[in-house]
Design a binder for this molecule. Structure first.
Ligand code: DAH
Length: 349
């Protein structure tokens, strides 16, 4: 029976070598089966134990058991190695590569300009107000004293929404549209204050999106942004208006800014002006003045429409396009660049 004992060690060595060499978990399971599974070669050897002479059994049993323990330990170790290998990324990782940096985002140039304008007005006591982009004809036009036949109200110029439901009658003109200017918010704010029983002063600015049926070109876009301003108090003057506009534009565009008022017509102000602006940049563009905003003293009829006594209250209002100012400030020559979301353009601001 010396032959039996002699078989154990070489078989063990072969089994160990095969377990260690198993290339993956599936191969390892196969190797395990081939050796210590029910029909494995090592299991067969153990079964032969019964055929040995009585005095040989203890020594042989001990040896076989020790070998089996050794094989099981080797199996567990290799399984651990292979499991770890399976969990690692397939591609080798190069830890010497530089990290991938994600550039911090920035505010859109139009947002930056808007925030700068808002900041300047806050310094002199104005607060930001808001109103709906889907407006009704009353707030966009009628309450602003804009006559029914005014060209701005034309289908050609304004985006009207589908006719409202006749089953929902309204005392006001219920026709809905996309607001053509932020001036509608003047009306909404004064109405709200009146309803809340709050007297002027009113000092608001209204940044917001507006819509017009313009074809897009270098200086027009069917949607753009405006900032509206409204100040209502007792004994408000054109001087207050001009001083305020000058203050804000100097903050925004530098101390060399000059402002000029030119007579104009708006239905909601009387007198009305257009504001021209100039500074070194405008001169560089080869121009003397650049038209930048509309403004005026709030029309008595507008006060009447919101229930303010025009004999008591006075006020001024203005509205300007934010894109215009941003283009001037950054030297941008095509308004469409603002809306294209081209990161190469946006990164510059
Ligand atoms: N709403 C005018 C526009 O869109 C701008 C404007 C002019 C606003 C005069 C005003 C104002 O508040 O008083 O062109």
């Amino acid at each position: 029976m010396a032959g039996f004992l002699d078989q154990i060690e070489p078989l063990k060595q072969t089994a160990l070598a095969e377990l260690k060499a198993a290339p993956d978990l599936a191969a390892l399971e196969q190797t395990k089966g081939a050796w210590i599974g029910p029909n494995g070669r090592f299991t067969a050897l153990m079964k032969q134990l019964g055929t040995l002479a009585k005095e040989e059994k203890p020594a042989a049993g001990k040896l076989i058991n020790a070998a089996k323990v050794g094989l099981e330990a080797a199996l567990a170790e290799r399984r651990g190695e292979l499991e770890l290998k399976a969990a690692l990324p397939k591609e080798p990782t190069d830890f010497t590569l530089p990290g991938r940096r994600r550039a911090p985002g920035k505010l859109h140039p139009l947002t930056q300009v808007t925030e700068d304008i808002v900041r300047s007005f806050r310094k002199i006591g104005f607060v930001v107000a808001d109103g709906p982009e889907i407006e009704d004809e009353y707030h966009c036009f009628d309450a602003l004293n804009t006559p029914a036949d005014h060209p701005a109200r034309d289908m050609q110029d304004t985006f009207y929404l589908a006719k409202p439901d006749a089953a929902q009658p309204s005392t006001l003109n219920p026709q809905l549209l996309l607001r053509t200017h932020t001036s509608s918010v003047q009306i909404r704010v004064m109405e709200q204050m009146k309803k809340a029983g709050k007297e002027p002063p009113v000092r608001i600015i209204v940044p917001g999106r507006v819509y017009r049926r313009d074809n897009a070109d270098a200086t027009h876009n069917p949607t753009f942004q405006q900032i509206e301003g409204l100040y209502v108090d007792k004994t408000v003057t054109v001087g207050d208006l001009k001083g305020t506009v000058e203050f804000v534009f100097r903050e925004l565009m530098g101390s060399d800014v000059k402002i000029r008022f030119r007579p104009h017509y708006f239905s909601y102000t009387e007198p009305s002006f257009e504001i021209d602006f100039t500074n070194a940049l405008v001169k560089k563009m080869g121009k003397d003045w650049l038209e930048i905003a509309g403004c005026g003293m709030v029309h008595p009829q507008v006060f009447e429409n919101v229930g303010y006594d025009p004999e008591v209250w006075t006020g001024w209002a203005f509205g300007f396009g934010i894109e215009r100012i941003a283009m001037l400030r950054y030297g941008i020559n095509d308004i469409r660049l603002f809306y294209e979301n081209d990161a190469r353009f946006l990164r510059q601001f």
